[in-house]
Design a protein around this ligand. Structure first.
Ligand SMILES: [Fe+2]
Ligand SMILES: [Fe+2]
Length: 498
């Protein structure tokens, strides 16, 4: 039987809007869910997705991809790479799975919202594929760590992390809830697919895939590259939605949605991807620094895409340029110091060779963060581990849910950006975090950070141990130094030589 070419029938087949007669249009597409903003149906029908696929094509390609990834895993399973890998690389995988696997499932909820409620038929069609993509991503990224549970309980956090009130899990959930589950279909297309997926998942998946291949972890490299090929397709849903908003007089609102989503995504990646790239990946295997990745994938790419669409760079671009040199170093130090509150073993990543690399990539690193690591190293060399373990909780930002951190050492600039709203005092890690709150206080004002909960008496007993239990961290799950402090021996040798 002769088949028509896709381009001969595609536009007609996905023209699935009709005029409702049994119910009102508002009942079919409630504004709260569709986010049409008064723009008529006929305008939404002009939505033109740049990447077109059909169900038979989709299934054939996805089947191939899954077959490839699962067979790489099966073939390499006997080599048991995990058992011989650098412990910091094991931590990288555990951090990744915990933060990402169920996040993929949540992304599927966002796709489902677009698939049902977007007034643009093209958006609905692409989102059906996107929803299936995200299902595949969560299945893959739950299946792979599951095979390692026999090696230790921390692997179980691939499935467990986002269901707990562990602080990094709260931060991740807060972002996903903001840009995925609590917005209308069009805001989701912009915040999730345009802002978050276009730039940031590229960095997590392509950046880590490059590091994984260098490290010799071909299973992980093939897994996350397979995921990223879907992301690069369904992330293109935001662009056409933005075009329609701009053409219909909603540019300012579109810009604001992007500005919020980029900033909040950046903060989460500064605690997750930043440390993994610049401290956990063995120094010999680092392809690019986190800053270089940020510049290439976020700054250059986003700038071009935003300007092409007729939008502007976010108003805080200069702050972001400054912070990509700074934020993740403080986040990393905090994660290492509060290592007992993590579901992976934290790598310090500050051997003499690491420090040389850090100073080269981030000039001034030694006189800033290096000075704090000097004190930590001295304490460990004296055998005083307890001096490196904080017994209190840090001040946490009411927007990012991450510790408030700036530059220590010679260029000390620690600042708390506070705000009083309806009698409650909020703390923010930056002017931009505070701005996100100020433009939409109703959306955020009820949320309590881990420290808010501690102060409100929700954590009992009100001790560090009580907080660990509240976060769901059993004794065998709490993070330790990934190398059991082996890295300080480099300094002991250097000192005795001196
Ligand atoms: Fe995904
Ligand atoms: Fe996605």
């Amino acid at each position: 039987m002769a088949l028509l070419n896709r381009e001969d029938w595609y536009d007609l087949a996905r023209a699935t809007n009709w005029t409702a007669t049994y119910v009102t249009e508002e009942a079919l597409f409630p504004e709260q869910m569709s986010g049409a903003r008064g723009i008529p149906m006929i305008a939404w029908e002009t939505y033109d997705e740049p990447y077109k696929t059909t169900y038979p094509e989709y299934v054939a390609v996805q089947r191939e991809k899954d077959a490839g990834t699962y067979s790489v895993r099966a073939a390499l399973e006997r080599a048991a790479f995990v058992d011989s890998a650098d412990p910091a690389w094991v931590s990288t995988m555990q951090a990744h799975y915990g933060a990402v696997a169920l996040g993929e499932y949540v992304a599927g909820v966002g796709e489902a919202r677009m698939a049902r409620f977007s007034k643009a038929p093209g958006n609905r069609n692409m989102a059906v594929f996107g929803m299936m993509d995200e299902n595949r991503h969560s299945q893959l990224q739950l299946y792979f760590p599951h095979a390692n549970i026999k090696r230790g309980r921390q692997w179980d956090w691939g499935h467990k992390a986002l269901r707990t009130d562990e602080w990094a899990a709260i931060a991740a959930r807060s972002l996903f809830d903001d840009i995925v589950t609590s917005r209308d279909a069009i805001s989701t297309a912009i915040m999730l697919t345009f802002a978050f997926e276009t730039g940031f998942t590229n960095m997590q998946f392509l950046g880590l895939a490059a590091d994984a291949a260098e490290t010799g972890d071909h299973t992980f490299a093939s897994l996350i590259s397979s995921v990223q090929t879907d992301e690069s397709r369904h992330s293109q849903q935001g662009g056409p939605a933005l075009r329609i908003l701009i053409e219909n007089g909603h540019k300012a609102e579109a810009q604001q949605l992007i500005d919020v989503a980029i900033w909040r995504s950046w903060k989460l990646f500064s605690v997750l991807t930043g440390p993994l790239m610049d401290y956990y990946t063995p120094v010999a295997h680092r392809k690019q620094s986190f800053k270089e990745f940020m510049l290439e994938w976020i700054v250059v790419q986003f700038e071009r895409q935003l300007l092409d669409l007729g939008l502007d760079k976010p108003w805080y671009w200069d702050t972001l340029m400054r912070d990509i040199e700074i934020t993740h170093h403080g986040m990393h130090m905090g994660v290492w110091c509060w290592r007992r509150t993590m579901w992976w073993n934290t790598a310090a990543g500050v051997t003499p060779a690491d420090r040389e690399w850090l100073e080269e990539k981030y000039p001034g690193w030694n006189r800033r963060w290096g000075r704090v690591w000097d004190v930590i190293t001295d304490n460990l060399l004296r055998g005083d581990e307890s001096a490196t373990l904080p017994e209190t909780l840090p001040l946490i930002c009411n927007m990012s849910n991450l510790p408030i951190t700036h530059i220590p050492g010679d260029d000390w600039d620690i600042t708390d950006y506070s705000l009083e709203h309806e009698g409650r005092l909020y703390h923010f890690g930056s002017e931009v975090d505070r701005w996100c709150f100020q433009i939409n206080p109703e959306h955020y004002k009820g949320h309590q950070t881990l420290v808010d909960r501690f102060l409100a008496g929700a954590i009992q007993p009100p001790t560090f141990e009580g907080a660990l239990q509240y976060m769901g961290l059993g004794p065998a799950e709490r993070g330790r130094d990934a190398h059991a402090y082996g890295w300080i021996e480099h300094f002991r040798k250097l000192r005795s030589a001196a």
